[in-house]
Design a protein around this ligand. Structure first.
Ligand code: MRU
Length: 342
């Protein structure tokens, strides 16, 4: 991200003696306002992750790693307060494997001091940056091969762009790469109720990259596929299990069913940091439940009778058999050819 001179998130200033902080674009305020938050404590980082000021699997992994540097600034490199801070970062959201994994990676460097922890977090940031470029290229090559089209109509859900990573993204990086190669006819973005990451964030990013796009209500996705209006579905992932079952934003499973019905390739794009070989299949993935408020209201306005009960799973699991391929920064795993990522 180049707006306001910052990436989606980054470490600024300070050192072992304190004063360092994380600057992040507040994704809850977009597209109405481009606001940069300064987060200088672990509780504030946990709150930012929980309320989705920073969101998307790779981005919360980077945020968690920087959070460990904040923990060292506040509590030193060991002791109950440090352990508690690390645990609170680790548990801020359950579904994306990146968060716990990157917190653990940064915390493992604590015995070597603040500089080592910060260097590890910055290395994680840089790895995610490079991964986005690699996924964009690998994914665009695969899309062109599978669709055989000169110009591609690509459907996507949630937000998987630079906002969800550090720059460029995962599935949206593939769309951006197609656009840069002059091979994108149109992106079709699902709005992604209840929090509208597709409408608020993906439409904003597509507009900024000058890519042709239209927004759909979520329930229009499968029908648009059945009507032949897209050549490929590209989604991100919060966790890819060893057998290829994939947790991603709620609505992804319906889209995969629609893609299978329409005979359209369904491609998951996610860095290796999101592939969890320790989870054998989707049944082992914890699905975050965000509570009723987000369902019974929209932008703070009530949309259901007072007291209406609601279920709000934030993610679903798409079975491997509905996925054509998983594209990571290092490989293409063809699930339709019985390969597995784990
Ligand atoms: O609840 P969110 O907005 O964090 O959900 C994000 C997603 O589901 C993304 O598709 C996923 O994290 C991949 S982001 C590159």
């Amino acid at each position: 991200m180049d707006d306001g001179g910052v990436r989606t998130l980054d470490w600024v200033g300070g050192g072992e003696a304190g004063g360092g902080a994380v600057e992040m674009v507040d994704q809850t305020a977009l597209p109405a306002a481009y606001t940069v938050l300064r987060i200088d404590s672990v509780p504030d980082m946990v709150a930012a992750i929980r309320r989705l000021s920073v969101r998307g699997a790779p981005a919360i992994g980077v945020a968690g790693a920087f959070g460990v540097a904040l923990a060292v600034q506040a509590h030193g490199t060991s002791g109950p307060a440090f352990d508690e801070a690390v645990a609170s970062l680790r548990g801020a959201r359950p579904t994306a494997v990146n968060l716990a994994r990157m917190v653990d990676r940064a915390a493992a460097r604590a015995p070597d001091g603040f500089d080592a922890v910060l260097a590890e977090a910055q290395a994680i940031r840089d790895e995610e940056l490079a991964a986005s470029v690699a996924m964009g290229n690998l994914g665009a090559d695969l899309v062109l091969e599978l669709t055989g089209r000169d110009d591609v109509r690509a459907m996507t859900i949630c937000n998987t762009g630079g906002l969800a990573t550090v720059e460029r993204g995962t599935a949206l990086a593939v769309i951006q790469t197609l656009h840069e190669r002059g091979r994108l006819a149109e992106a079709l973005a699902l709005e992604t109720r209840p929090l509208l990451q597709g409408a608020r964030l993906t439409a904003w990013e597509l507009d900024r990259m000058g890519a042709p796009h239209r927004l759909l209500v979520d329930s229009a996705g499968p029908f648009m596929l059945a009507r032949g209006e897209a050549d490929v579905v590209l989604t991100g992932a919060d966790r890819v299990a060893a057998n290829g079952d994939t947790a991603n934003k709620i609505g992804t499973f319906s889209l995969a069913l629609g893609a299978r019905h329409a005979g359209v390739p369904f491609i998951v794009v996610a860095p290796e940091s999101t592939v969890d070989a320790d989870t054998p299949d989707g049944a082992g993935i914890a699905i975050e439940d965000r509570g009723a408020d987000e369902v019974v209201s929209l932008a703070g306005v009530s949309t259901a009778p007072d007291g209406t009960a609601a279920a709000n799973p934030a993610f679903d699991v798409t079975p491997a058999e509905l996925i054509t391929a998983v594209v990571t920064d290092q490989r293409i795993v063809r699930l339709d050819q019985h390969q597995t990522p784990g």
